[in-house]
Design a binder for this molecule. Structure first.
Ligand code: FAD
Length: 391
């Protein structure tokens, strides 16, 4: 019997496998992964210091434990190089494998900035546990209290900055925007975050980018596009991720910013599904979006598991706030969808030290919110308001 084959052992691949096994204990399951197949929760990478965790403690299950738990065959350190949707086979460095149904859970690739200098290749990025181990090793090699420069003050850059600063490191955060979290949050919330990060001792260098990085005398010399320069020990790039569409494109599946899937999570090829950071979902209103967060991949996993087991089921994307893990100023938000954001406005209020912002489209319908510092109660209230506004 040909197996159901999942490419990828990140949260998307493994969550899908777990959901599928709740419905079907026996159909053969093959998981092919480029990494070591251990289970870890990626969001913990950017608050590992706050959690008091060493990198090796972040892996909660080994590949052997996952294989036993899922009754699956897991091929580790195996890269899929091509997919043939006609013969229903995938080619890998370990040979060719037939599939009955295929799931792409390929994740995303870190975007690399073009930076000049003989140490531009020293810039690290963290998008998996192996990257994180390398990053922590660099910190350890550089000493107890290290000068760390983070490129990109988006969600992940802000989280790492806060986490590293709380561990006693000296952090410089560089971003081309005028405020941190600018792509997701309204000005009032971004300003609050800027104040909190600055009070924490993080140096924000905004409205500029790193243009050159040279290594001299063991130190890294960074020059910014505004002409400023400084010395640092370790540089982490958090400028963003791009959905990994390479395999899908080569197999002639429809792709956009991600691998395009319909309301059921199915790609343009029959018997091939996609979810997680590599997918571009089709939402109920017909719009399409990548949604590189945990809650959407869980919703997709539940539906795709049902579809794989013979009960075609639409993905029900519930409204879920993104929690920015910056303990200095914890933000919760649901950003408005890309297609409504240019035509609406944020309205913000401050009460008892809590900033609440609501996004209204041109018809005055609420389409998003942000709140900081947030609580379970404030999140629930705002999600109810948003749900009511959209029904
Ligand atoms: P990945 O975890 O990237 O998995 C991709 C898998 O595909 C890997 O196993 C890889 O080896 C495999 N693969 C790729 N190509 C091939 C190939 N050709 N052949 C074989 N295998 C292949 N989201 C939240 O909701 N809340 C948070 O607080 C949060 N914090 C985050 C903090 C950090 C530091 C980061 C980086 C992300 C965070 N996210 C958060 C996002 C969330 O973690 C991701 O959306 C999610 O983990 C993506 O899972 P995935 O399985 O799609 O991708």
């Amino acid at each position: 019997m040909k197996p159901i084959t999942i490419i990828g052992s990140g949260l998307a691949g493994y969550t899908l496998a777990k959901e599928f096994r709740k419905l079907d204990k026996t159909t053969p399951l093959l998981i092919i992964t480029g990494d070591d197949g251990g289970f870890y929760s990626k969001p913990m990478l950017s608050n590992a210091f706050a959690l008091g965790k060493q990198p090796q403690q972040l892996q909660s299950q080994t590949v052997e434990q996952m294989a036993a738990q899922l009754n699956a065959h897991i091929l580790t350190r195996t890269m899929v190089s091509s997919i043939n949707t006609v013969t229903q086979t995938v080619r890998t460095n370990m040979g060719e494998f037939e599939y009955a149904q295929l799931v792409l859970a390929l994740g995303a690739q870190a975007i690399r900035l073009p930076i000049a200098g003989n140490a531009a290749d020293q810039v690290l990025s963290v998008n998996n546990l192996a990257d994180y181990k390398i990053f922590r090793d660099r910190l350890t090699q550089a000493g107890d209290k290290v000068n760390v420069t983070i490129l990109g003050a988006g969600l992940i850059g802000c989280e790492f900055s806060d986490d590293l600063a709380s561990a006693g490191h000296t952090v410089t955060l560089v971003d081309p925007n005028a405020l941190p979290l600018a792509a997701l949050a309204p000005v009032a919330i971004s300003q609050g975050l800027q104040t909190a990060l600055t009070e924490k001792g993080i140096q924000l260098k905004l409205g500029t980018t790193a243009s050159q990085i040279y290594r001299r005398d063991q130190a890294l010399h960074v020059t910014l596009s505004n002409g400023e320069s400084f010395v640092t020990d370790v540089i982490l790039s958090a400028v963003g991720l791009r959905a990994d569409t390479r395999l899908a494109q080569a197999a002639q599946l429809h792709t956009g910013r991600g691998i395009i899937v319909d309301e059921y999570g199915q790609t343009s090829a029959s018997k091939v599904y996609a979810l997680g950071d590599c997918a571009q979902y089709t939402l109920d209103d017909g719009s399409q979006n990548t949604m590189p967060y945990v809650a959407p991949l869980m919703a997709a996993a539940r539906s795709i598991a049902l579809s794989l087991s013979g009960q075609p089921t639409r993905i029900e994307m519930k409204l879920a706030a993104v929690l920015v893990k910056t303990p200095s100023y914890p933000v919760a938000l649901i950003a408005p969808a890309a297609h409504v954001s240019p035509s609406g406005t944020w309205e913000s209020e401050n009460s008892a030290g809590v900033t609440t912002s609501r996004f209204f489209d041109e018809d005055r319908i609420m389409r998003g919110f942000a709140v900081a510092p947030h609580s379970a109660k404030s999140r629930t209230t705002l999600i109810s308001e948003l749900t009511e506004a959209q029904t």
